[in-house]
Design a protein around this ligand. Structure first.
Ligand code: DGY
Length: 324
């Protein structure tokens, strides 16, 4: 029997790809894909797609993919894929949960530390030769100990962020529609709050919700202004969860003391004003960017493509209902 065909979008570390090549006929496309229209022109004839979060797999792509059985997305977020359209067409979608949880939670804490302690601005001081000796009032920042962290979205990554807080002597609150079971809350030493209460009570707010129509601009200008004066906001999830232009305004007028961002509304573009603000630390979407994790993410995708296309089984990571 002839091997099924897989289109791999991008170049991935590790040997997952070699295992996939042994079981399927693989095309690795490294030229980049500019639009859904371009992606739609590439997909006919392929049974499997290995995508990244930058690839919009919408109705038009799925309609063009005449043989498609599976899209394996090398990310935990699947907001780049029209899940409803995929389900309607019987296309299985898988993602890469768990394997990137710790790295993303660590990077969230790196941003919390960076913005609260002025790590990046301090580095700038040294590089510009502006350090002229220890002074009691020089480069004062904010203590983590004794502050309150509010986590929005207590999924895997949100919970891993909460779990790291006691080390810093930080009290935590969390918000999501459905509170966690009491035992989980106890284990994480955290308490559920309604969103307005969490925003009003937290010194740092970190967003970990998935991006949906409902959560788009979850932190709009009103929500940002309802945060405690002098507090910080962190986003390692998805840019559109925060209204970026409103964020600029609340940072410029000093209502918020700072922001740590790894994700943006219109990646890879950033609103230019953010680049001019001293109290902001900006990273290039690197939450999962370690060798170890990127190898594991690629492994997950290759494993799921093999399971579906060579072993004829629905992978355990299949998201939602597949209507066949
Ligand atoms: C994800 O997996 O959704 C991350 O944003 C990738 O770094």
């Amino acid at each position: 029997m002839s091997k099924k065909r897989v289109l791999v979008l991008g170049d991935f570390p590790g040997d997952g790809l070699a295992r996939l090549q042994a079981r399927c006929e693989v095309t690795v496309w490294t030229a980049g894909v500019e639009s859904s229209a371009e992606l739609a022109s590439l997909v006919p004839g392929y049974h499997g797609l290995l995508t990244q979060l930058i690839h919009g797999v919408d109705e038009s792509v799925l309609a063009a993919a005449d043989k498609l059985q599976i899209v394996s997305n090398c990310a935990v977020g699947v907001d780049n894929i029209d899940l409803e359209a995929a389900a309607r067409r019987g296309v299985v979608v898988t993602n890469t949960p768990d394997v990137l949880t710790d790295d993303t939670a660590d990077l969230t804490w790196a941003l919390i530390l960076a913005v609260m302690r002025g790590v990046v601005s301090g580095d700038g001081v040294m590089r510009r030769g502006e350090y002229h000796g220890w002074q009691p009032r020089f480069h004062l920042a904010r203590s983590l100990t004794g502050s309150t962290l509010g986590v929005i979205g207590a999924g895997r990554i949100g919970r891993a962020v909460l779990a790291r807080a006691p080390v810093f002597g930080i009290k935590t609150l969390y918000h999501q529609r459905q509170p966690l079971p009491a035992a989980r809350e106890q284990e994480l030493s955290t308490e559920w709050r309604g969103l307005p209460e969490l925003l009003a009570a937290s010194d740092i707010v970190s967003v970990h919700a998935s991006l949906t129509d409902e959560s788009h601009h979850l932190l709009d200008e009103r929500a940002l202004r309802s945060m405690k004066a002098g507090s910080f906001v962190i986003n390692t999830a998805r840019g559109p969860l925060i209204d970026e232009r409103a964020l600029v305004r609340v940072l410029q007028d000093g209502h918020l003391a700072g922001a740590g961002l790894d994700v943006y509304e219109d990646e890879p573009r950033v609103v230019p004003e953010l680049l001019t603000l001293e109290n902001v630390v900006l990273l290039p979407h690197i939450g999962s960017a370690t060798w170890e994790t990127r190898v594991r993410m690629a492994d997950c995708c290759c494993h799921d493509l093999i399971t579906m296309l060579a072993d004829n089984r629905i992978p355990a990571r299949a998201i939602g209902e597949v209507r066949r």
